[in-house]
Design a protein around this ligand. Structure first.
Ligand code: 4AD
Ligand code: MG
Length: 474
């Protein structure tokens, strides 16, 4: 007899009733009465389950006892129209095989504790929950949408190195990479670690950004983007920071700051639109379960996503942003951190501008040069740079970028002022020495985007296995 091919649950739910089918997946729930058992089976292809109907009088009792939440099954049977209201079709089981039973007493996913905090402690199992299934499918779809967006615009996908000898952002928050024996570190004459004996013959770290190498690509290929893991050893235990996160960094020759803003706004709107069009079931699930707008300040997840697509982002100078915040303070708004010209904005400030003042995303430009990286194009006034941060509701900064300083001398002076090492950046400075060109780029934090698209409030819940201070499980 010819074996019947397994169908995915997603496809089964679209099929016409009538045929003999095979489904494989994990039991979400089992309920029923003396004669009939109903099993909800999920295989990760969709948020929806297929209902399996089992005639108990024709099924081995011991076998059915093994069908508990979490168990893995193969089910063969007839796809029939469902009498129940929840679904169009269901499977009338003829044959059930238990691939892997699941001890209900020991299974880490219990109905009684499904808090996000608890689920983080069992992150190896949480993909089996409806919520994390939805989030991980969305994550995958968004990655695809990012590649296809840039591909359709003719951008070249550039793989930049993860191990580097330079600190792109100059913030000194790097994880060192070494093969030196930490119990017996070779020392130089000054008594410092002798990195010439290290694997690369110099001090190296995990990258905080692919931008500098991205600029090498853009000044040759025109338009590139990177999409890869990024590492920051900042000890900030916030719901928006990870030690290992993914970043998308487009870099474009001949773009000025305005072109850069236009691209970033179009890009992010495209991604949100793509999510609504291609992942509606998962988004609807997250909306209805956690974020449906009842009792909230806004209309919930779907409303927020729709409103971002349909509105022009505000474009605002930093100086003007500070004025609005100072005005708010005068009118009694309380912030934890002080507001004055020159300060690096905290997310409470960013969110005030976005959620309270403008009620839509804001692109903030013209930041003081002292709070931004060395590579940003300096304005004539000597005080500000052509930076742009995109600020989003519920999140704060989602994108950071700028037009780049194309003038060799200005760049060298800035590097010296910041007491950075010019020697380790000579290769980068060559882009300005040989055929320098105006160019711009930005970085989108992939998990920050996912916070927005899923409505989750903690960044640890939008990456499969989060890395944060004192936490490197799984
Ligand atoms: O603003 P950032 O530091 O900019 C850069 O790294 C530039 N090199 C980008 C560029 O112009 N090519 O980081 C960019 C974005 C932030 O806006 C934020 O969304 C995200 O990366 N990000 C983080 N996401 C999670 N955890 C962290 N610790 C993050 N730090 C930055
Ligand atoms: Mg930034």
């Amino acid at each position: 007899m010819k074996e019947i091919q397994r169908s995915k649950v997603k496809d089964l739910l679209q099929m016409q009733a009538g045929g003999e089918v095979v489904a494989k997946g994990w039991v979400r729930t089992k309920r029923g009465n003396k004669e009939i058992a109903f099993i909800a089976l999920n295989d990760g292809s969709t948020i929806n389950n297929i209902q399996i109907v089992v005639d108990k009088t024709r099924t081995d009792e011991a076998l059915l006892a093994q069908v508990t939440t979490g168990a893995c099954l193969r089910v063969q049977g007839r796809l029939v129209e469902s009498v129940g209201s929840g679904q169009a079709v269901e499977i009338q089981a003829d044959e059930i095989e238990v691939y892997g039973p699941c001890d209900p007493m020991r299974f880490p996913l219990q109905k009684k504790d499904t808090s996000f905090e608890y689920l983080r402690t069992v992150a190896h199992m949480r993909p089996r929950t409806n919520t994390f299934g939805a989030i991980l499918r969305l994550r995958s779809q968004m990655a695809f949408a990012i590649h296809s967006y840039f591909h359709s615009k003719g951008f070249v996908y550039l793989n930049t190195p993860l191990i580097t000898a330079s600190d792109a952002e100059g913030a000194g928050q790097m994880f060192q990479v070494t093969t030196l024996d930490l119990n017996n570190v070779p020392k130089n004459k000054k008594g410092q670690p002798d990195f010439s004996k290290d694997f690369f013959g110099k001090q190296t770290s995990l990258t905080v950004s692919g931008q500098l190498e991205g600029e090498l690509g853009a000044t040759a290929l025109g338009e590139i983007y990177t999409f890869g893991p990024t590492f920051r050893a900042e000890n900030s235990n916030t719901p928006r920071h990870l030690a290992e996160f993914w970043m998308i960094e487009p870099e474009m020759a001949f773009y000025d700051i305005k072109d850069n803003m236009d691209l970033a706004e179009d890009f992010i709107k495209h991604l949100v639109r793509y999510a609504l069009e291609n992942c509606y079931d998962d988004i609807k699930f997250l909306n209805d379960r956690y974020d449906n707008g009842t009792g909230g300040e806004d209309g919930g997840l779907i409303e927020r996503l729709k409103s971002v697509i349909s509105t022009d982002f505000v474009r605002l100078e930093y100086t003007e942003g500070i004025r609005i915040l100072e005005e708010a303070v005068k009118n009694g708004v309380q912030f934890e951190y002080p507001v004055y010209w020159g300060v690096d904005l905290q997310s409470e400030h960013e969110r005030y501008l976005v959620e309270k003042h403008f009620k839509r995303p804001v692109i903030l430009t013209g930041y003081p040069k002292d709070i931004k990286a060395f590579y940003m194009k300096q304005d004539e006034n000597g005080k500000t740079v052509r930076a742009m941060d995109i600020l989003f509701p519920k999140i704060g900064e989602i994108i950071g970028g700028s037009e780049r300083e194309a003038d060799l001398q200005k760049l060298e002076t800035r590097i010296d002022e910041l007491k950075m090492s010019r020697r380790t950046l000579e290769w980068y400075l060559d882009t300005r020495r040989f055929g320098s060109c105006p160019h711009s780029g930005f970085g989108l934090g992939f998990e920050r985007l996912l916070l927005f698209v899923t409505g989750m409030t903690n960044i640890r819940d939008v990456i499969p296995f989060p890395r944060t201070p004192k936490n490197c499980e799984f």
